[in-house]
Write a protein that binds this ligand. Structure first.
Ligand SMILES: Cc1cc2nc3c(=O)[nH]c(=O)nc-3n(C[C@H](O)[C@H](O)[C@H](O)COP(=O)(O)OP(=O)(O)OC[C@H]3O[C@@H](n4cnc5c(N)ncnc54)[C@H](O)[C@@H]3O)c2cc1C
Length: 382
């Protein structure tokens, strides 16, 4: 084991056997409601100890950590069953985008609170009429008295109910169409012009929201990239979103897979030839995914992720959705009902229900296939 890996492992062990022992395993997809306060305290502890934003440049508070070290960190983190991060949108999406496109002043203002877990972010892209077709955004913003004033509605905004800031794609040039005339605005959430309404998901929990802007305001300087050129900035963030999700994810998947196998043994499903075949196939695909992730990471280290990120996103999300179906199948009929009151879902039921979303967010599978078709295979636009 490398010294770096040992250092991470020792630090996580000390923290997770001590003060944060009760936070172990809290949070994650379908369980974001768990222990928000303690996970926020944990995020800050990570930040104080320099364990957030490892890949960021040193001058912005990161460690300039090589990819191998970042992967080691993610792996050890998952292995230690550390709580799910509350600052992942800041660290993984908006932080790198600010580093790429922000002015020095914006970097000084926004990066340190992300790194220290002092400000949480959400992503204001999708709208009722603009999801896959993001260029259809209708939220408008105009300049007035040294501020941007926003009007419109976003939807499916993950974690908006706990976020301090939102990065919003808005139309700032009246009459502009499609990709032109959009700006990428950084908007504080705690103000009278912003209303957040939770949406209940299949899992019964609410992790995403509708967000209404009715005269919401942000300073004129809170635009990332030039006004009217928000599309380019928005695409860079999406590249990070699709690419970053592969880091360290494998260990979590391996654990879920192990739980499915354990259940199959317990219920007798492991003796069913068809289910055995599906289990073996799933295991093999998980191995392949690991190799794919390494390839994506190699290209990530060479700059902003390209279509490789789409290949990885398509592969992991489809695999995970199939694992969810397998998780249900190995439970047999018991998987169809919740145990007695309060009728909480078990881990495998939650996995099944939440994994339906994997092939939708960060760009649906159909959209990833279009990107691969056009940019990797050179096929004409569909
Ligand atoms: C759990 C979850 C969290 C999310 N979090 C956020 C968030 O934090 N911020 C945010 O902005 N958004 C978020 N989203 C929204 C997500 O980005 C959109 O749901 C997604 O982009 C799809 O858009 P849509 O729902 O409008 O579906 P639509 O775009 O209406 O698509 C409907 C169907 O048509 C297909 N389709 C659409 N266009 C094409 C095409 N050109 N070719 C082939 N098929 C096509 C799609 O693949 C899909 O199957 C989240 C979604 C989920 C499920």
């Amino acid at each position: 084991m490398t010294g770096f890996r040992e250092e991470i492992r020792a630090w996580l062990r000390e923290q997770l056997e001590g003060e944060f022992a009760h936070a172990r395993g809290l949070g994650g997809p379908g369980r974001e409601h768990e222990g928000h306060e303690v996970r926020l305290a944990w995020e800050r502890r990570l930040g104080e100890a320099g364990w957030t934003c490892l890949g960021w440049p040193r001058r912005y508070g990161g460690r300039d950590a090589p990819l191998a070290d970042q992967v080691a960190f993610h792996e050890e983190y998952a292995r230690a069953d550390a709580p799910a991060r509350v600052g992942h949108i800041g660290e993984g999406l908006i932080g790198p985008t600010i580093i790429d496109f922000g002015t020095e002043e914006q970097k000084r203002r926004f990066l340190p609170p992300i790194r220290r877990g002092r400000e949480l972010w959400c992503q204001g892209y999708s709208e009722p009429e603009a999801g896959s077709d993001l260029a259809g955004v209708r939220t408008r913003a105009r300049q007035e008295g040294g501020e941007w004033v926003l009007t419109g509605q976003k939807t499916w905004t993950s974690l908006a109910h706990v976020a301090d800031w939102c990065f919003v794609l808005a139309r700032t040039e009246p009459g502009s169409r499609r990709h032109a005339g959009l700006s990428y605005l950084l908007v504080p959430m705690d103000q009278p012009g912003v209303e957040v309404r939770p949406i209940v998901q299949l899992t019964g929990t609410s992790e995403f929201n509708e967000v209404f802007f009715d005269g919401a305001r942000t300073a004129a300087g809170n635009v990332l990239g030039a006004p009217g050129e928000g599309w380019r900035v928005a695409m860079a963030t999406l590249g990070y979103e699709r690419g970053a999700s592969t880091l360290g994810q494998q260990i979590g998947f391996q654990r879920e897979f192990d739980r499915v196998v354990e259940t199959a043994r317990r219920t007798g499903a492991a003796g069913d030839p068809v289910l055995r075949d599906r289990l073996v196939r799933s295991w093999l695909e998980l191995r392949i995914m690991r190799l794919n992730a390494l390839r994506t990471m190699t290209s990530l280290s060479a700059g902003t992720p390209g279509p490789e990120a789409s290949i990885a996103k398509l592969y992991w999300s489809e695999w995970h959705r199939r694992l969810g179906e397998l998780a249900q199948a190995v439970q047999g009929r018991a998987g169809l009902v919740a145990d007695g009151p309060p009728y909480e879902l078990n881990d495998l039921q939650r996995l099944y229900l939440f994994s339906r979303a994997d092939t939708i967010y960060a760009g649906s599978s159909e959209i990833q296939r279009n990107i691969i078709a056009e940019r990797t295979l050179g096929l004409p636009k569909g």
